[in-house]
Design a protein around this ligand. Structure first.
Ligand code: AMP
Ligand code: MG
Length: 489
């Protein structure tokens, strides 16, 4: 376990040519204070959690003091936003301090989000507000708890400096950790700027660091694209299976490693609704829940386009064609597991789809229904009343339950064995908007961050019963049925 001064930086991205980034220091913020610290993420850096109690800790992670070995920079990228190419984005408010190498030999990007303006800020203030920082912090750790690939979050530091959004809010900096912050847009910027010589430099960098097994393959760029396609397909399947909507699936928010990346107006569905749009500003529903796999595929085609100068077009096409089968298979397996099936084939899809249809019709809570499905009793129909009561169309449920019952006959093991298996894949706790909202409201009342910490602890173990926390599994109360999440952050 290391002190702050003992953290080992090895800044490989900073060693890339100057065209890839812009060096600069974070801009200071007054009177920083610790909002929350995540020991689980600290372990990734070999950081002793006791360091968070140091008087100067907040200063380091709000960007007022620089850790020894840091080489701060803003990364260059562009991207397709809501279907349109935007030539120059880049880190407008996030500053990469560098990469910390842990004792296991892993590199972790340490990035301060909200650390002040950069050459890519485009007239914005370079800041992030406490509200959105709390949301990103909790959601990235919730996703990790759910077993879904994601960036991580080490801590939030607040300052009472005012930040202007729809209303006046206060500033915060979240420390985001990731194996890489390279995104699809990191490639697109060089393609559209006609800097094609930079494409193999970036691809070789990513391959050497993250896909070293491909380094010596003659068709390494094709294999690299294949990896990104597969990982993205798997990520989309995970999001769909857990009922998560990202909200801003622009190509600058798509991780080259298939991680859930850049949390903005995201949302977990309460009642099942395939048309769910979590981003209040997404007027046409481009990033609606049901669109996500298609959009993931479309975003990959943007990446493939950007890679065309370094790979054959036929290979790029074949790679993109592997998306749908990869997604379909992964989604099917994940949904089958949610139903307690050990093996899921295409024949099981009607069972899955019919359940979703009757859930949609009856506004059934997505998370809670699957969690309670583990108690489906194969011995006695009427003992499933608790399940049945969640549906408005009882006859439709009964018909579905007969098919489900028949299907379970082909599964090995007892009900109890199946229940235990299902409870490992159907979470009891997710980050519902109203839970985040409560923690944010409480934080605004005299710097009381206890609810942030409580939620963090609950969400890090979403499959555990945690009976004393049962109220956190409740669907939204009436006041929170229609919370609108703005994309301002
Ligand atoms: P996002 O939608 O958060 O992924 O951001 C899209 C782009 O806008 C990125 O280039 C961000 O760095 C930039 N951006 C977002 N908010 C701000 C801000 N408050 N100040 C400067 N740049 C920002
Ligand atoms: Mg972004």
């Amino acid at each position: 376990m290391r002190k702050l001064e003992q953290l080992v930086f090895d800044n490989t991205f900073a060693r890339l040519p100057e065209a890839f980034h812009s060096r600069l220091c974070p801009s200071p913020l007054p009177a920083p204070y610790l909002v929350s610290f995540n020991s689980a993420a600290a372990a990734l850096l070999d950081l002793d959690p006791a360091q968070a109690t140091r008087a100067d800790f907040a200063g380091y992670f709000i960007g007022n003091r620089l850790l020894p070995g840091a080489e701060p920079l803003a990364m260059l990228y562009s991207g397709h936003q809501f279907g349109h190419y935007v030539p120059q984005l880049g880190d407008g408010r996030a500053i990469l301090l560098g990469e910390i190498k842990n004792s296991a030999g892993e590199h972790w990007d340490v990035q301060l989000k909200g650390a002040g303006p950069t050459p890519f800020s485009r007239n914005s203030d370079g800041r992030a507000v406490l509200r959105s920082s709390i949301r990103e912090y909790l959601c990235s750790e919730a996703m990790h708890g759910l077993g879904i690939p994601t960036t991580r979050a080490l801590c939030i530091i607040g300052s009472d400096e005012e930040v202007f959004r729809e209303s006046i809010e206060t500033a915060a900096v979240i420390t985001r950790l990731s194996p890489s912050h390279v995104r699809f847009g990191s490639f697109e910027v060089f393609y559209y700027n006609d800097q094609h010589d930079s494409l193999p430099v970036l691809a070789d960098y990513v391959i050497a660091k993250h896909f070293p097994h491909l380094s010596n393959a003659p068709d390494k760029y094709v294999l690299f694209l294949n990896e990104v396609v597969t990982r993205t397909a798997q990520l989309m399947a995970h999001w769909q299976a857990v009922g998560f909507s990202h909200g801003v699936m622009n190509t600058d928010n798509m991780s080259i490693l298939g991680l859930t990346f850049d949390y903005g107006p995201f949302g977990f569905m309460d009642a099942y609704d395939p048309g769910y749009v979590c981003n209040h500003s997404d007027y046409h529903g481009r990033y609606a829940y049901r669109q996500q796999p298609q959009i993931g595929h479309w975003n990959l085609s943007c990446l493939a386009q950007a890679l065309l100068p370094i790979l054959p077009v036929e290979a790029a096409k074949a790679s993109l064609e592997s998306f749908v089968p990869a997604y379909t298979e992964h989604y099917r397996q994940l949904m089958g597991r949610k139903l307690g099936l050990t093996q899921t084939s295409a024949e099981d899809m009607p069972l899955i789809n019919t359940l979703l249809e009757i859930m949609h019709a009856g506004h059934v809570d997505y998370t809670n229904l699957f969690r309670s499905l583990s108690r489906f009793n194969t011995a006695a129909g009427e003992k499933n009343a608790l399940l049945r009561d969640q549906f408005t169309d009882r006859a439709a449920f009964d018909a579905w339950a007969r098919n489900y019952h028949a299907r379970l006959q082909r599964e090995p093991g007892t009900d109890a064995v199946r229940e235990a298996r299902m409870n490992k894949v159907n979470p009891k706790y997710i980050l519902r908007n109203y839970l985040a909202q409560n923690a944010i409201a409480q934080a605004g009342r005299g710097h009381d961050f206890s609810e942030v910490d409580r939620l963090l602890t609950i969400l890090q173990h979403p499959f555990d019963e945690q009976p004393e926390m049962g109220s956190y599994a409740a669907p939204p109360p009436d006041w929170a049925q229609h919370i609108e999440v703005s994309c301002s952050s």
